[in-house]
Write a protein that binds this ligand. Structure first.
Ligand code: NAD
Length: 544
C-alpha cells in the first residue's frame, strides 16, 4: 500500500577523492591496503539466506604480485546454479510487491555505505584484486558504483511517473512490472562498478537475480554483496555464485523461468549466449531480454589542425590507464603526416617517464594486467609485431615480464597497413597501434576508421578546425556509441555520458541511463471505464 507518490530527484555525481600527498584519504587508503594484505579471507557464495562454502577452493592473488594470497573463494557447480535460481524465484513475489520507497532506499543506503564506511576498503579491494591504481579504483569502485545506484533510483522514479493520457470517462495507467522469472547478471573483471550495476539495476526494478562475476573480480564483488546485505537487501533477491561460464549457461539458458540476461564482457561470449538462447526459445515462458555490452576497438582520429600536446595527453591516458583494460581504451590512432613525428617523439619521451609496478606504490601510473591468460595473449600480439615482415614495428615499450606480476610495458606499435591485425582486433592490454595518414586525405581516413573493425564502442576526433569536427561527427555517426571531441575516448560518467556501443560492441542499452532500466521492466496498461456503455449499438447504425 502506498500513501504517496515517492519521487527521487536527480542526484549529483559522487565527488572524486584525489589522494593528494598528506590528505586524510591517502592515509586511510594506505591503511586499508595494509589491512587487506595482512588477512586472508574465505569467500562464500551467497544463495538465498545461506553463505555457501564448498570444498572446491580457488585462490585470489593481486595480479601485480601473484605469489601473494588474498584469500580463497568457494567454487560452485551446476547444483549451486539450480539453488540460486530457486532462491531467486522463492524471493520473487515478496520482492516484486515491496513498495517503491522501501526498494529504493536499500540501494540508496548501499550507496551511502560505499561512500562512507566502506569506501577505502572497496577502493583497496579493487586495487589489490584487479591491479588498479588509487585513482582508477576510486573512479570505478567508489564513484561510478555509487552513481549507478543513486542515478538509477532517480531514473526509475522518472519511469514510474510516465503515464498515458486519460480522456473523459476513462482512466488509463501503466504499471512497470518486473519481468516474470529471474534475471541472470554476468559481469566482467575490469570494473567493480559494472559488477555492481548489472545485478542491482535489474533488482531495483523488482526483479530477482542470479549474479556471476568474473573469477578475477570475486574479491571486490563479495564486498559489494556484503554491503547490499548490510543495506537491507532481502535474502534471495540477488544470489552471488562463482561457477564456470558454460555450467552457468547450461542451467540458466535451459530454465523455463529465464527472463533475461544482463551481460558485460567479450563479444564472443555474448554471441554464444545469444545463439543458445535463440535455440532454446521454445523452452521459455516469455521472450527473454538480452542486454550485452561487449568489446571495442576504440579509435582516436587526429586532424591536421590538432594541438599535438592535447593528442599526446589523450593517447597516453586513453590507451594506458588501467593497462588498456577498458572496453573504451584507445587502441588505434590515426596521425596526420604534418604532426605525426612531433606526436610520436613526445609520446615516446613521456612513456619513458611513466612508472609501472605495484598499486601500493602510488607513483606507479601503470600496474599489472589481470592474469596469465591475458598476459600471454597480449605478449603474442607484441611478439608478432616484432617479426621482421609483419608490416609493423614496436616504437615504445614492449617488454613483458610475469615473474612477480603480469607486467606489460605500455607499448606503441606503428604500422604502415591501416588494416594490420592490431588495428582491427581487441587486445585488451596496454598496446596502442598508430597509423600515419596523408594529412590531405582526411575524407579517405574517415572511411578507413569506420570500416576497420567490427566494433563501434568509443572513438574520438581531435581537431581545432570546426569543419573537420563536424565532418568526423557526421561520417562516424555509426562508428561509436560514445563519441568524444578533443578528449580521450574513456572515462564516461554516469548521468553525463550514458555508455554503450553498437555493431559488435553490444546492444547499446546505455548503462547508467534510463534506457537500460526499461529493459528490466514489462509494462502493463490498465484502462478503466468510469461510466461503462450499456448498449452495443453505435450512433452510425441509426438512419434517423
Ligand atoms: P569475458 O567475456 O571473458 O567474461 C565476462 C563474463 O562472462 C565473466 O563473468 C565470465 O566468467 C563469463 N563467461 C565466460 N564464458 C562464458 C560462457 N560460456 N557462458 C557464460 N558466461 C561466460 O570478459 P572479461 O575478460 O571479463 O572482460 C573483458 C571484456 O569485456 C572485453 O571484451 C571488454 O571490451 C568487455 N567490456 C565491455 C564493456 C562495455 O561496456 N562494452 C565494459 C567492460 C568490459
Amino acid at each position: 500500500m502506498q500513501f504517496g507518490d515517492f519521487y527521487y530527484p536527480l542526484p549529483a555525481n559522487e565527488p572524486v577523492l584525489q589522494y593528494a600527498p598528506g590528505s586524510k584519504e591517502k592515509a586511510a587508503l594506505k591503511a586499508a591496503l595494509k589491512q587487506l594484505k595482512s588477512e586472508k579471507i574465505e569467500v562464500p557464495m551467497y544463495i538465498g539466506a545461506d553463505e555457501v562454502h564448498t570444498a572446491n577452493k580457488s585462490t585470489m592473488h593481486p595480479p601485480h604480485q601473484h605469489k601473494h594470497v588474498l584469500g580463497t573463494y568457494s567454487e560452485g557447480d551446476a547444483g549451486h546454479v539450480k539453488k540460486a535460481i530457486n532462491a531467486a524465484l522463492k524471493a520473487k513475489d515478496k520482492w516484486a510487491n515491496l513498495s517503491w520507497e522501501n526498494r529504493a532506499n536499500i540501494f540508496l543506503k548501499a550507496a551511502d555505505l560505499l561512500a562512507t564506511k566502506y569506501r577505502f576498503q572497496m577502493v583497496a579491494a579493487t586495487m589489490h584484486g584487479q591491479s588498479k591504481n588509487a585513482y582508477q579504483a576510486e573512479i570505478d569502485s567508489a564513484c561510478e558504483l555509487i552513481d549507478f545506484l543513486r542515478f538509477n533510483v532517480h531514473f526509475l522514479s522518472e519511469i514510474y511517473r510516465q503515464q498515458p493520457i486519460s480522456v473523459a470517462g476513462i482512466q488509463n495507467r501503466v504499471e512497470y512490472r518486473p519481468l516474470e522469472g529471474f534475471v541472470l547478471a554476468v559481469s566482467p573483471f575490469n570494473f567493480t562498478a559494472i559488477g555492481g550495476n548489472l545485478p542491482t539495476s535489474a533488482a531495483m526494478c523488482g526483479n530477482v537475480v542470479v549474479w556471476k562475476p568474473a573469477h578475477t573480480q570475486v574479491y571486490s564483488a563479495q564486498l559489494f554483496m556484503r554491503i547490499l546485505k548490510e543495506a537491507g537487501l532481502p535474502n534471495g533477491v540477488i544470489n552471488l555464485i562463482y561457477v564456470d561460464g558454460p555450467v552457468l549457461g547450461e542451467e540458466c539458458f535451459n530454465h523455463p523461468d529465464f527472463a533475461g540476461v544482463h551481460f558485460t564482457g567479450s563479444t564472443g561470449v555474448f554471441n554464444h549466449m545469444w545463439k543458445t538462447i535463440g535455440e532454446n526459445m521454445s523452452k521459455y515462458k516469455s521472450y527473454p531480454r538480452i542486454v550485452g555490452e561487449t568489446g571495442g576497438k576504440d579509435f582516436v582520429l587526429i586532424h591536421k589542425s590538432a594541438n599535438p600536446d592535447v593528442v599526446v595527453a589523450a593517447l597516453l591516458r586513453g590507451a594506458f590507464e588501467y593497462q588498456g583494460q577498458k572496453c573504451s581504451a584507445a587502441s588505434r590512432a590515426y596521425l596526420p603526416s604534418n604532426i605525426a613525428t612531433e606526436i610520436k617523439k613526445k609520446m615516446v619521451a613521456e612513456l619513458k617517464e611513466m612508472k609501472m609496478g605495484s598499486v601500493e606504490d602510488f607513483t606507479n601510473f601503470v600496474n599489472a594486467v589481470i592474469d596469465e591468460k591475458s598476459f600471454d595473449k597480449i605478449e603474442r600480439y607484441i611478439k608478432n609485431a616484432r617479426k621482421r615482415d609483419s608490416g609493423a614495428k614496436v616504437i615504445a615499450g614492449g617488454k613483458c615480464d610475469k615473474t612477480e606480476g603480469y607486467f606489460i610495458e605500455p607499448t606503441v606499435i606503428e604500422t604502415t597497413d591501416p588494416y594490420y591485425v592490431t588495428m582491427c582486433e581487441e587486445i585488451f592490454g596496454p598496446v596502442l597501434t598508430i597509423y600515419v595518414y596523408d594529412e590531405n586525405k582526411f575524407d579517405d581516413i574517415l572511411k578507413i576508421v569506420d570500416n576497420t573493425s567490427p566494433y563501434a564502442l568509443t572513438g574520438a576526433i581531435i581537431a581545432q578546425d570546426r569543419y573537420a569536427v563536424e565532418l568526423a561527427t557526421n561520417k562516424l555517426r555509426n562508428s561509436a556509441g560514445n563519441f568524444y571531441i578533443n578528449d580521450k575516448p574513456t572515462g564516461a560518467v554516469v548521468g553525463q555520458q550514458p555508455f554503450g556501443g553498437a555493431r559488435a560492441s553490444g546492444t547499446n542499452d546505455k548503462a547508467g541511463s534510463i534506457l537500460n532500466l526499461y529493459r528490466w521492466l514489462s509494462a502493463r496498461t490498465v484502462k478503466e471505464v468510469l461510466t461503462p456503455v450499456t448498449d452495443y449499438r453505435y450512433p452510425f447504425l441509426q438512419e434517423k
